[in-house]
Design a protein around this ligand. Structure first.
Ligand code: TYD
Ligand code: MG
Length: 466
């Protein structure tokens, strides 16, 4: 029988199979198998170690020392925060995001600021020519330090280059353009991406070089190529935000050296990405005054509280079936909250279309947003604007109860800092609020209680109390 010359890989998790499969047994995703040429395994000389040769020793935890030099500041406090306090030497960081969102821009800015402080950096681009990078650099303004550049895609050449240049930080833009000659498959294929990342991992770990890998994302929003890439690296940063809007969020989805879900907020300007140090202010400016259907909430993005606006439009449906639309928040959550309002709040929304949107293009999955969504819906339904000076947060339960949330004090503090004088919060969380901030809080325990806070927002008679 002739030897099989192709093999199938799951493009999600890298699962290998001899034949095509509809569903991946590894990650259970459908229709992800891609065919790739089989790779001959090469015998690496010395791979099989003789017994006793080069015996390894273990160290005790107390003996391992940490130095300050182990973390390099990236030059942007927002990025340092996401990285957990700076760039860790010998770390492998994956930076993912939609095309054109600013991956190359931010990494070039990081290179510039590192070089200015005397760190040796090497920027390897497989996508753009040196001229194109230069054009971007010109847009960013003056470069005082020496940023070394190379346009390379062959991994062997890149290794040689790294050996010759001896940089402390390397940027590879992007992992999907690299290839290894000894690995079959086109650049960007599952096996190429995996094997190239593996080599760069070795480089990072053995030589103590911090390596940034740019990764393209698929339609589904994950880094193209195998998910194993995410397992392999130390830190995964994702760019979020809309390309059509100027702000960008960088979120740490995974971080071996810091908190996950930490976000940094940036704004795309004519001269690169600028840090937004006060995102709450940024997100709520331009809020319409005296408009019904708008409510403010304070959600936790990583360890930082951020004020956010939710808007709801409730209008009579023109067709038999009411429409439910959500932007920036899970539609199922909105459906659930409308059902809670219907059953526990006494509002009849069956003949109303409901549109809910988080402004500023943010995407929220924190359930503490529930109370603000409920209040925005009620305000929109009765066409009564909420007071411009209050915020609300709390998770809603199906019984119509408002449940306690985390970091209550930090949220109230942030609201007060920005001049808001009333915070509608879950009664269960009241004991977590410091004395100083208690006068600002209005505790509620049910949806109905929250609705009564609205001027004229009395729930109809007949509905059962939640
Ligand atoms: P880029 O960083 O190349 O995105 P990626 O590497 O993620 O594909 O480009 C980001 C976009 O930002 C691009 O459309 C041009 C724009 N831009 C600015 O608005 N200002 C700038 O200073 C720069 C360099 C780019
Ligand atoms: Mg780019």
């Amino acid at each position: 029988m002739p030897k099989k010359s192709t093999v199938f890989f799951c493009s999600e998790c890298g699962f290998e199979s001899a034949k095509w499969l509809g569903q991946c047994p590894g990650c259970k995703s459908w229709n992800t198998f891609v065919e790739e040429p089989v790779r001959e395994t090469q015998k690496v000389p010395g791979a099989v170690r003789k017994p006793g040769a080069g015996r390894r020793t273990a160290s005790s935890l107390g003996e391992i020392s940490l130095e300050d030099r182990d973390r390099l500041p990236s030059g942007m406090a927002e990025l340092d925060r996401v990285l957990g306090g700076g760039i860790v030497q010998g770390s492998l960081v994956l930076v993912g995001g939609d095309p054109g969102i600013g991956k190359s821009t931010i990494l070039l800015q990081v290179c510039r600021s590192l070089a200015e402080r005397g760190t040796k950096v090497l920027y390897i681009s497989g996508e753009e020519s040196l001229k194109q990078i230069k054009m971007r650099a010109v847009r960013l303004g003056a470069f005082a330090g020496d940023v070394r550049m190379a346009a390379e895609t062959n991994l062997a050449d890149i290794r040689e280059l790294i050996e010759a240049e001896k940089p402390e930080v390397v940027v590879v833009d992007s992992i999907q353009t690299l290839y290894r000659e000894d690995v079959s498959g086109a650049p960007g294929s599952v096996s190429q991406v995996r094997e190239c990342a593996n080599v760069l991992l070795q480089v990072a770990k053995t030589e103590g070089i911090a390596v940034f890998l740019v990764g393209h994302v698929t339609k589904e929003g994950t880094v193209a190529g195998p998910r194993v890439l995410e397992h392999m690296v130390d830190t995964v940063l994702y760019f979020e935000g809309d390309r059509s809007q100027t702000y960008r969020l960088i979120r740490a989805v995974k971080n071996r050296f810091g908190a996950t879900n930490e976000v940094g907020v940036f704004e795309m300007t004519a001269a690169g990405l600028a840090e937004v140090t006060n995102p709450s202010d940024y997100l709520v400016t331009g809020r319409p005054e005296d408009a019904s259907g708008s409510a403010l909430s304070c959600v936790m993005e990583g360890t930082r509280p951020m004020l956010m606006e939710v808007q709801a439009l409730v209008c009579r449906t023109a067709f038999g079936l009411p429409r439910r639309t959500a932007v920036g928040i899970d539609l199922n959550r909105v459906n659930l909250l409308t059902a809670v309002l219907e059953k526990r709040g006494g509002l009849s929304l069956a003949s109303y279309d409901v549109y809910v949107s988080i402004t500023g293009g943010m995407r929220i999955s924190d359930p503490s947003m529930d109370l603000a969504v409920l209040l925005a819906l009620v305000s929109g339904y009765f066409d009564i604007p909420l007071s411009g000076k209050n915020i609300a947060f709390g998770e809603a339960g199906l019984a119509g109860e408002i449940r306690g949330v985390s970091n209550v004090n930090a949220r109230v503090k942030e609201a007060v800092r920005l001049g808001y004088t009333q915070a509608v919060i879950p009664r269960a969380s009241m004991h977590n609020v410091e004395k100083e901030y208690r006068p600002y809080c209005i505790p509620v325990s049910t949806v109905r209680e929250a609705i009564r806070l609205l001027p004229g927002g009395n729930p109809r008679e007949g509905a059962r109390e939640g």
